[in-house]
Design a protein around this ligand. Structure first.
Ligand code: PGA
Length: 254
């Protein structure tokens, strides 16, 4: 359907600002012309965003944050606002990553508020959904994904959903080396696209990017992204090595 692949690196709580500067300088060289064929973003920690945005300005690599506040400004100690991110040159923001849901209490309702707030401020959210191993083994994958979809995205307008990327990240595949098989991932991506179609219409559903995340590497990126409804990847561990991340991207489009 002509959806452009979108591959984003989620660095999580890794890399100081100096290390981040070194990583993206190398990444720019390693990716080279391939960055023009897919959408590429890196999502460093807040403390490295300024340096990274400076280095990547004018390049084909965009910058994302890993979280944001659902408030505009004010007495919210420790929070970072959308306008602070935009001012640095940040374009994307990950919302509802399973680690935020698991350790920091981000519920579907909070994810929904943050994503809507991000869009209203001018950022593009990457909204994460995904089931745990227990949920999958109990046969509850569809219920969980449906509940997360409805809670996080169900009340979006068409304009809002068009600015949103969805990332399917099975929790059991994150950082574990266990990747969902391309068929397992495709099944969930197709489910998400059918829910998009149900709420927003088939034409719109075909335009939305659905990334897969969970142990994506250079040697499985092509097969995963070759699936009909897998339009990119949200990459954790493998995005921390510039040569490996570049190879993952080049393999995916090759
Ligand atoms: P992983 O993480 O690639 O290290 O499994 C993916 C993610 O959590 O976004």
């Amino acid at each position: 359907m002509g959806r452009r692949l979108f591959i984003a690196g989620n660095w999580k709580m890794n890399k100081t600002a100096s290390e981040a500067a070194d990583l993206v300088s190398k990444l720019k060289t390693e990716i080279g012309a391939a960055a023009g064929k897919v959408t590429v973003a890196v999502c460093p920690p807040f403390t490295a965003l300024d340096r990274v945005c400076g280095i990547l300005k004018g390049s084909n690599i965009a910058v994302g944050a890993q979280n944001l506040s659902d408030k505009a400004s004010g007495a919210y100690t420790g929070e970072v606002s959308a306008s602070m991110l935009l001012d640095l040159g940040v374009r994307y923001v990950i919302v509802g990553h399973s680690e935020r849901r698991q350790y920091y209490g981000d519920t579907n309702e909070i994810v929904n508020k943050k994503a809507k707030f991000a869009i209203s401020a001018g950022l593009l959210p990457i909204v994460c959904v995904g089931e745990t191993l227990q949920e999958r083994e109990a046969g509850r994958m569809k219920d969980v994904i449906t509940t997360q979809f409805k809670g996080c995205l169900g009340n979006f307008t068409k304009e809002e959903i068009l600015k949103t990327t969805i990332a399917y990240e099975p929790v059991w595949a994150i950082g574990t080396g266990k990747t969902a098989t391309p068929a397992q991932a495709q099944e969930v991506h197709a489910l998400i696209r059918s829910m998009l179609s149900g709420v927003f219409g088939a034409d719109l559903a075909e335009q939305i990017i659905i990334q897969y995340g969970g142990s994506v590497k250079a040697d499985n990126s092509k097969e995963l992204m070759g699936q009909k409804d897998i339009d990119g990847a949200l990459v954790g561990g493998a995005s921390l090595d510039p040569a490996g991340f570049a190879k993952l991207i080049i393999n995916a489009i090759g």
